[in-house]
Design a protein around this ligand. Structure first.
Ligand code: ACO
Length: 435
């Protein structure tokens, strides 16, 4: 037996087999149990993937106990303080920070691809006026494959690159179009003279009758700084539910637009990217500071399905480093845009209350990034039903990076988990008159 193996005994049959440990650069090693069924006649059972690594990846590293998050080796705190979302997207997609020239070319290419086909704009007319923006995002992102069919040879690295670029470039345009449709405003074309975040805010809020600028004729720098930051923090998070969905769909050879549309669907759930919208819904339900204890009690009650939205995380069990960063920005944004909306005071009171509560301390349930991101978006006047869409804009950079990494690896196999069957054993069909 070598130190780099794990030995498993099937006590039911007495069979013993040795399995290699697979080690990454850092982090917990994984037992490579690909031949377990062949050797010992059993499967592993791990609902929710509590102990299962689904792939090898060189993009993002998380140490949940220490609160560490690295993109391509760079600590999230450094990227948040010094980088921009577009530079981070380049880093995730290409593996290295860009040179000045590479960054300029990347920005140019993003601008070049930021328009959507005129025929795609017409798609929006088919959506009901009050369609949730996320439902439009899923449909419109998936439909992009209909426009770029000639560049979908996934064995061609240039086709993969251009597909990824298109998604990163077009996602803010599509996102803003979803919002404009829902409020009945005319669509705004992307502008080549604006940065990624400025362009998005301009497409969201400018009107034919009114420019989206502050009194100094600028798009507010605090807003753009906060947006850049939130996009950086949400850009990737290793094998989370939506990224794993993108990878699983990709393993079938499906086109990347369809795979990212699958990722958007997975992100929508309140346990994942829908949490930032759910935080605001929860705050509205709580209503006033004096009702906080009542809702904390509900969250602790095993017979009540209510959970404190924006608290807890599958991987971070001490603190979410993204939450530490957004907490600071949240206070900065609230100071810049003071509001008499009682919701902000309520959010900060809830945070304080939960952090002192024995149940939350014992279970290591801390505010996650989405507790603060929802509050920041609200302060930036982003409508609540757009919060998860904002997450989509950022996470598209991560999804396409994982997709490109996966598709460039030789020997792809379709992802096909097994199950423990709990239904009836074989039984004979009974004709209707005898049932
Ligand atoms: N409120 C109250 N209790 C909670 C909460 C919460 N938000 N989160 C977890 N718990 C409790 C559970 O009831 C469970 O208690 P038990 O051990 O007595 O059964 C224990 O803490 C562990 O919870 P799990 O559900 O096993 O933790 P898991 O890792 O599966 O879930 C999750 C993580 C989904 C994030 C969960 O904490 C949750 O639902 N949080 C609220 C939704 C949310 O904020 N999601 C955003 C995640 S961040 C992101 O996607 C970017």
């Amino acid at each position: 037996m070598t130190k780099d193996t794990v030995t498993i005994t099937n006590n039911a049959t007495g069979e013993v087999a040795e399995f290699a440990l697979s080690r990454g650069t850092v982090g917990i090693p994984a037992v490579d149990i690909g031949t377990l069924n062949k050797e010992l006649g059993v499967f592993t059972f791990d609902p929710g993937f509590m102990s299962t690594a689904s792939c090898k990846s060189a993009i993002t590293y998380i140490d949940g106990d220490k609160g560490v998050l690295l993109y391509r080796g760079y600590p999230i705190e450094q990227l948040a303080a010094k980088s921009s979302f577009v530079e981070v997207a380049y880093l995730l997609m290409n593996g290295e920070l860009p040179t000045e020239f590479e960054l300029l070319s990347f920005k140019d290419e993003i601008r070049h691809h930021s328009m959507i086909h005129e025929a795609l704009r017409v798609f929006f007319n088919g959506f009901h006026y009050d369609a949730h923006p996320m439902s439009m995002m899923v449909g419109v992102m998936g439909s992009l494959s209909a426009f770029y069919h000639s560049e979908l040879d996934m064995n061609d690295p240039e086709h993969r690159r251009i597909s990824a670029m298109r998604m990163v470039a077009k996602v803010p345009t599509i996102a803003a179009a979803c919002y404009r449709h829902s409020v009945g405003w005319p669509f705004v074309y992307p502008r080549l003279d604006l940065g990624y975040c400025e362009n998005f805010m301009n497409m969201m809020f400018s009107l034919p009758s009114q420019k989206y600028v502050d009194k100094n004729n600028y798009i507010d720098p605090v807003t753009i700084k906060a947006l850049n930051l939130l996009f950086i923090l949400h850009a990737d998070h290793e094998q989370n539910a939506s990224t794993s969905t993108v990878r699983l769909a990709s393993s079938t050879g499906a086109n990347p637009y369809a795979c990212v549309a699958a990722g958007i669907s997975a992100l929508w759930g309140p346990a994942h990217g829908g949490a930032n919208e759910a935080v605001l819904a929860m705050l509205a339900e709580i209503g006033t500071v004096d009702r906080i204890p009542e809702f904390i009690a509900k969250a602790k009650d095993k017979n009540d399905p209510f959970r404190l939205m924006g608290f807890g995380h599958r991987v971070y069990k001490n603190f979410d480093p993204r939450a530490t960063i957004t907490r600071e920005t949240c206070h900065e944004v609230l100071a810049k845009f003071p509001s008499d909306d009682p919701l902000f005071e309520l959010a900060l009171a809830l945070e304080e209350y939960a952090l002192k509560d024995e149940y939350f301390i014992e279970k290591k349930l801390y505010p996650n990034v989405d507790f603060y991101s929802g509050i920041i978006y609200k302060a930036l006047k982003i409508p609540e039903d757009m919060f998860t869409v904002m997450f989509v804009i950022a996470r598209t950079a991560g999804w396409v990076s994982h997709w490109m990494e996966m598709m460039s690896e030789p020997g792809q196999r379709i992802g096909r988990p097994r199950q423990i069957y709990t239904g009836n054993d074989v039984r004979d069909y009974v004709v209707e008159s005898d049932r």
